[in-house]
Design a binder for this molecule. Sequence first.
Ligand SMILES: Cc1cc2nc3c(=O)[nH]c(=O)nc-3n(C[C@H](O)[C@H](O)[C@H](O)COP(=O)(O)OP(=O)(O)OC[C@H]3O[C@@H](n4cnc5c(N)ncnc54)[C@H](O)[C@@H]3O)c2cc1C
Length: 341
Amino acid sequence: MRSCEVLIVGGGPAGSSAARLAGADVLVLDREQFPRLKLCAGWITPEVVRELQMDLETYPHRLLTFPRLRVHYGRLSVPVPCVQHSIRRFEFDAWLLERSGAPVEQHNVREIVADGTGFVIDGKYRCRYLIGAGGTRCPVYRTLFKEANPRAHELQIVTLEHEIEYRWQDPDCHLWFCDEGLPGYSWYVPKESGWLNVGIGGFAARIKSAGQDIKTHWAHFADKLGAQLTRGAHYDPSGYSYYLRGRVEVVRRDNAFITGDAAGLASRDLGEGIGPAIRSGLRAAAAILDGHPYHLEDVTGMSIASIARSMLTRAARPFGAHGRRRAGAGGAAHGLRHDNQ
Ligand SMILES: Cc1cc2nc3c(=O)[nH]c(=O)nc-3n(C[C@H](O)[C@H](O)[C@H](O)COP(=O)(O)OP(=O)(O)OC[C@H]3O[C@@H](n4cnc5c(N)ncnc54)[C@H](O)[C@@H]3O)c2cc1C
């Protein structure tokens, strides 16, 4: 049996953030081989960049800084000058995990058994501390936290999305709220060097009770994109479901911790989950290393507040001083000044 002090189930942003701090004797188990596909628009806030101590200048993969969001509601279309970023999760998550320096094994965790002060995983791994960072279907959540923190059906989000190689022309991030009665929003998120993520997400229960179908919403959205922003693009979307922030009563049980989507921490307004995953992962590691109390009340804010903050900093400084922006549709760099925002 392989023994370690800290075992982390899941190598996404929550798991890799915990792994970076969790000390020398740590092991990450993930059922996937990295880099792995993760359905996500890949929008990250300046807060995430700061918390990860990311240097935008030297980040080795695709990263685009938006000069503007375009928010659409019915016939209303409002440009919102701000500073926000997009990455590709395929690259970003693998980079974070490698940067953590932690050993990673590919293993699909199924059985967790409490054993004295620690845990035995699938009869194969033994650890003193266990961090659940396995996303919505995390086995640590299922085994140790589900009863104390049942998921709120009304906070379940259903999504469809596709990330494609596409020579986009419009470098703004577009968000359409409540389009055609969708209880949620749809997005167009350009990535650096000719990649694009488009998708829709909404409250599963409200879609169902209105007799709607996410696929019908997708068909409408794809038609609209094809007519306006992405002529000639073909989509083959995939679905994923996760939970927005609800009451999370128990976040630690003895030496087991729950983080990220496993705890259901994504923001209530825009479903932003990367930041809360990182914050909770860092806190779990700090609780283990330094004995800090583990609490998650304040890891999820309103995403709109982050956008508002970046509007203010943007107003105070010209765009080039905030981030990295590459030419549209896969061209060369603009040559704008970069810094770490
Ligand atoms: C379509 C969509 C778009 C989104 N867009 C955004 C966005 O633009 N910005 C944003 O901030 N948030 C967004 N989110 C939310 C965001 O993706 C998640 O909140 C975030 O990935 C949570 O990170 P995590 O580390 O908790 O979990 P994950 O990133 O899901 O990582 C969990 C890891 O655990 C592994 N795992 C799962 N089960 C097991 C097992 N049994 N054994 C071993 N390993 C296992 C998985 O393979 C995975 O690597 C979006 C979500 C969706 C679905």
